[in-house]
Ligand binder design. Structure first.
Ligand SMILES: Cc1ncc(COP(=O)(O)O)c(C=O)c1O
Length: 455
């Protein structure tokens, strides 16, 4: 491994201001960042502005942003149409009432119109809150305790689901009888009693788990496209089998569309795959970066939320005026000027370009893309579940990922430093931006060919 593969080497771009800020921030913020998702060695790069497809750090480095706020930014940063909505909302309404207001019904009507599973809708602020409430509601609805989630899938930070995300398979037992692996210190003892795990795309084990525990399973929560592993599509029959098992066992099917919702299309992944869940959780792209999330689903289940039912649902900022207004504005843009064909075209261009570079230079890598989400894997192995990629997905600082990310930074391209290289596109990206990414990747392959061995 050459120098480029050292994860803690100084950043290859000017970083003096970032370093100073890190030193200052550390005195008052643990690790100088809002959690490990924003940390990178030797210190974080502190960003100061984002506009369209570009982002700038405090040292004045300009990047084409392919991180897009973990996928939340779908139209482009600081979209002028949404800035107008923000101004109008402040003029006409204000910021927060923590009381019912008409913009909420407008947004709920839009979601009911577009999301096939949506008959009723509630709003919260983050994806984690949405999955938490959806699961609690499913438990109350069925009177059962167990939730089934898939290995390697992140559905948020709460104790219900933060299991078996980035783990060592040796700790989780055999793939045909997996045990949940705790992700965080401090989780409530016994939380795993309410949890079952299974490999994504493992239809056989799924059937076995249902045969054994079906009567206790309150809900299955699943990403209809497995983006927490980059870009992994459900194998034919996988989602249909989950639907069938949930039906025959009277379990609730929750699609976690926090990434796919509004990014893949207005109806989300459920329109593409034709499988309709009972509940859907959404967040991220719903408001192009403002913090709002939603739970939508069958009236029969959703009406169990308070005040109609006994499942508690409340939050000071739920239905926050500004967030709801921007979500309405964002959906209006997505309806009137849908960016999806354009994003698909950009995504296809990116994939074709990187595929050609992989072939030409002959390195063991695979690029995958679905719509505006793409992933680069430094392997040629077929990847359908977490265990296929555990050797490089367990650490957030794999040397090859770090080296690729640093190379891209040097070339004015920002991708998230962690885990599998996964990137997002937004409607402000141009073909020239994609070509720059492809060209930089191609040059990375050439420069590191000797070190790029099959992971
Ligand atoms: C599929 C999925 N669900 C839920 C979440 C949690 O969302 P948040 O970070 O907004 O709490 C994430 C976050 O990345 C996610 O990818």
């Amino acid at each position: 491994m050459n120098q480029m593969h050292r994860a803690d080497a100084p950043w290859p771009v000017p970083h003096e201001r970032s370093k100073e800020l890190y030193e200052r921030a550390q005195r008052v913020i643990p690790g100088g960042v809002m959690g490990q998702g924003r940390f990178a060695k030797p210190h974080p790069l502190y960003m100061t502005k984002a506009e369209g497809a570009r982002m700038w750090d405090v040292d004045g480095n300009e990047y084409i942003d392919f991180h897009c706020a973990f996928g939340a930014v779908v139209l482009g940063h600081n979209d002028p149409r949404l800035r107008k909505v923000i101004d109008q909302t402040l003029d006409q309404h204000g910021v927060a009432f923590s009381a019912a207001h008409p913009l909420e019904s407008e947004l709920a009507e839009r979601i009911v119109k577009h999301i096939p599973s949506a008959e009723r809708v509630v709003f919260c602020c983050t994806g984690s809150e949405a999955t938490y409430h959806a699961i609690r509601r499913s438990r109350a609805h069925t009177g059962r305790n167990k939730i089934l989630k898939f290995e390697g899938a992140y559905h948020g930070w709460h104790d219900y689901v933060q299991w078996s995300v980035h783990f060592d398979p040796a700790e989780a037992g055999n793939a045909d009888a997996p045990k949940p692996v705790q992700e965080s210190a401090g989780m409530i003892r016994g939380a795993e009693d309410g949890l079952l795990t299974c490999g994504y795309n493992d239809i056989k084990t799924l059937g076995d788990i249902f045969a054994k525990h079906g009567a206790d399973i309150a809900a299955v929560i699943v990403e209809p496209v497995y983006h927490n592993a980059g870009v992994v599509m459900p194998v034919p029959g996988f989602l249909a089998e989950i639907r069938a098992l949930c039906d025959s066992n009277k379990s609730v099917l929750i699609f976690d569309e926090v990434i796919t919702g509004f990014r893949l299309g207005l109806g989300g992944a459920q329109v593409q795959c034709g499988i309709i869940p009972d509940l859907t959780t959404m967040g991220k792209a719903i408001a192009n970066g403002m913090p709002i999330s939603a739970i939508a689903g069958k009236a029969e289940i959703m009406n169990g939320f308070a005040p109609l039912g006994k499942t508690f649902f409340s939050g000071t900022f739920y239905g926050h005026v500004l967030n709801v207004a921007v979500a309405n504005g964002c959906m209006q843009v997505l309806e009137n000027e849908p960016p999806y064909e354009y994003l698909d075209r950009l995504g296809n261009r990116l994939k074709a370009g990187i595929d050609a570079a992989i072939d030409e230079i002959g390195i063991p890598a695979t690029v995958r893309q679905h719509g505006s989400v793409w992933g680069l894997y430094f392997t040629r192995r077929d990847l359908i579940g977490y265990r296929d990629m555990a050797s490089f997905a367990q650490t957030k600082e794999h040397p090859i990922h770090s080296s690729y990310q640093r190379w891209m930074l040097e070339n004015g391209i920002y991708i998230h430093p962690h885990f599998i290289v996964r990137g997002y596109l937004n409607a402000a990206h141009t073909e020239a931006d994609i070509d720059r990414l492809v060209d930089a990747t191609r040059r990375y392959f050439v420069a590191h060919k000797e070190n790029l061995t099959e992971l």
